[in-house]
Write a protein that binds this ligand. Sequence first.
Ligand code: PEP
Length: 260
Amino acid sequence: MRQKIVAGNWKMNQTIDTAGTLLNEIVALHAQLEHSSKVTTVICPPYLVIPSCAQLLSGKDGIFCGAQNCHNEDKGAYTGEISAEMIATAGSQYVILGHSERRMYFKEDAIFLKKKVQACLSHNLIPIFCCGEIQAERESGKHQEVVEAQIREALFSFTADEMLMLVIAYEPVWAIGTGLTASPAQAQEMHHFIRSILQKQYGSAVAEAIPILYGGSCNAANAEELFSQADVDGGLIGGASLKSADFIAIISAAIKTSNL
Ligand code: PEP
């Protein structure tokens, strides 16, 4: 049985001051949730906020800090970059990798992402590996082929044990920040497909154990129906993670739909 995960991707939002206020609100509301430990909650703020976020969440049940990206090298002449080692030693446990905005604006490809996944695993960080098709690919019926290639090229050189460290997030690009959400049936179809390709490569036990999150305009109103789908193990949340009440409502939906 897989534990549901709700991860908030703050993207390039919040200053140190406003982040502190939002974090305190989320922590206070999270502490009031019944059965909050049924769900793993992850907050991925900008890098600058990671140390204070990790410190605030340290020792709290079921709520962790994550990063939105990392570089694959531990150190060196990579001006402006942050390594997995830096993120791990700052107190994060998770790292989002391969978000469509990184693929689109920073041209991150499968070879680079594979190295980033490796760097995270070397520092005991859990990668949240994002995949998803653009609108034209869905309209031309290529969405499964595209997602399969993203997963195969970046991940299938890892061993079964390494794969068991991963979280996958299916994020149709046409649904990110647009207000368009995949229907629960579309999300379930793709999540089931992803699990089937994991099963072919690694067998049922691994495929059944890997959490697959949905991301793309997931909000307080649609989370419960999305999370009720058999292969949807929670969500990667952008815009709605910046409002404490909305984010907590999404965590509540994950608690409600938890099988644990
Ligand atoms: C995201 O960027 O990962 C995301 C899912 O964004 P939003 O929820 O705003 O669509």
